[in-house]
Design a protein around this ligand. Structure first.
Ligand SMILES: Cc1cc2nc3c(=O)[nH]c(=O)nc-3n(C[C@H](O)[C@H](O)[C@H](O)COP(=O)(O)OP(=O)(O)OC[C@H]3O[C@@H](n4cnc5c(N)ncnc54)[C@H](O)[C@@H]3O)c2cc1C
Length: 394
């Protein structure tokens, strides 16, 4: 076990810290208030090669693993970007590039990966449906074969970045649920180019993260060529779980980063704020202990997340990666909620003012409790797949 970062990993972390200095809380406050895509930030991280960290060199990337991407994400988030430091990389590089690297055909890799490595091609993933929610196996979107084409129809919801993306991974049913040999069979993944007249995209007004729009999607008889399918047909559930493990790790990195950011701002503030006498509020144990506890827990979550990343990067079995990735997320997210809660408390009334950014991080951190997987579903996973307890829902 070696807990030291390699020279290259240190360089990635340093570079992320430098970029985050340039795009600090004030920048993101403005973007969020205007509901505007952070194009300047995206250009800088693309030029720095962050959009290609996991993409193999032959397609224009750096050929590194999820470990390096998590390092970049955490440092961007922790050093001032907040969730924005992770979000766009998540949509394009994790949900797009990793899906294609792991499950795409050679033709699909050549078509998409070079543009994604340069940050010229943004991606999104169309998984969640209004009626299925957390139960992906209830996916109603269908893909039917007509000659040499696939015809896709259905509705998706909360698809982030769909209003800008040039491509989307679509999860659709290729065999009806009742005809599938096993309940986990019958789903397939497709790659669609956007925008497209058969795909209606409507942003949903939402609580936070408004530098990215999450959208309702209506897919109405979308015609795709036969090679839009990411093979193997009917086994998309397993492919998507593989990608979702890296999605969990990315959100864990974001949770750790937000906790670090909130704690550092709260510590700084608490050392100067004096209310009773000449003593800073940071000297009160009632305020110190929760920050100390949250800091210790984020360090623990970080080790777990690097373990998940290491398992993934060394091609461990899906279930082994899933177990650690879910446990790390469960711990990191609850802890980040506590960290930001206490940061807000320490800022007193100023914690509620937009100017101090804590309220924005509060809105951001609460999202990670709900997406990409709710905390309850994470705990269900641990109960069922790690502890071997009976499943309580069907
Ligand atoms: C801002 C935002 C961005 C998003 N971006 C994307 C995206 O880009 N692409 C995409 O595909 N999806 C996206 N999502 C969707 C997200 O992944 C889902 O919202 C999430 O998986 C939960 O599904 P749901 O909202 O339908 O909740 P539901 O599944 O309806 O759950 C509702 C509540 O019931 C609980 N619950 C349900 N079943 C159980 C059970 N068996 N045991 C215990 N509790 C249970 C849940 O934990 C939750 O608290 C996004 C969501 C948001 C809010």
């Amino acid at each position: 076990m070696d807990f030291n970062l390699t020279e290259e990993q240190k360089m990635i972390a340093n570079s992320a810290r430098e970029i985050a200095k340039e795009f600090g809380p004030e920048y993101w406050r403005g973007k969020e208030e205007k509901g505007e895509f952070a194009s300047e930030f995206w250009k800088v991280i693309s030029d720095a090669g962050f959009t290609g960290i996991v993409i193999p060199e032959e397609y224009g990337g750096a050929g590194r693993g999820i470990t390096e991407l998590l390092i970049a994400m955490e440092e961007l988030v922790a050093n001032g970007c907040g969730l924005g430091g992770q979000w766009y990389l998540l949509l394009t590089e994790v949900m797009g590039s990793i899906s294609i690297i792991r499950h795409g055909t050679e033709k699909q890799k050549k078509k998409y990966l070079p543009g994604m490595a340069k940050g010229e091609l943004e991606f999104c993933i169309g998984l969640t449906e209004p009626d299925a929610g957390s139960n992906t196996l209830n996916t109603k979107t269908t893909a039917r074969r007509e000659g040499d084409k696939w015809i896709i129809s259905g509705n998706k919801t909360f698809i982030s970045g769909a209003d800008r993306a040039k491509g989307m991974v679509i999860v659709a049913r290729t065999t009806p649920k009742e005809k599938a040999q096993k309940k986990t069979l019958g789903l397939s993944l497709f790659l669609a180019d956007l925008p497209h007249p058969a795909v209606e995209v409507t942003p949903i007004p939402k609580h936070g993260v408004n530098y990215s729009h999450s959208c309702e999607i209506g897919i109405n008889e979308l015609e795709l060529p036969e090679d839009a399918l990411m093979p193997p047909q009917d086994r998309g559930w397993y492919s998507i779980l593989d990608t979702l493990n890296t999605e969990r790790m990315s959100f864990t990195a974001a949770a750790i980063g937000i906790a670090r950011l909130a704690i550092s701002k709260a510590v700084e503030y608490s050392k100067h704020r004096k209310v009773f006498g000449d003593v800073p509020i940071g000297s009160y144990q009632a305020l110190q202990f929760p920050l100390a506890e949250a800091y210790a827990t984020l360090e623990a979550a970080k080790l777990m997340n690097f373990k998940a990343a290491s398992l993934y990067d060394t091609q461990a079995a899906l279930a082994d990666v899933g177990a650690v990735a879910n446990m790390a997320k469960a711990v990191a997210v609850e802890n980040a909620i506590k960290a930001v809660y206490w940061a807000m408390q320490i800022f007193g009334g100023y914690g509620y003012a937009k100017e101090y950014d804590v309220e924005r991080w509060w809105r951001e951190v609460n999202l990670i409790r709900l997406a990409p997987i709710t905390q309850e579903m994470t705990l269900n996973y641990i109960g069922e797949h790690v502890l071997g307890m009976p499943r309580s829902y069907f």
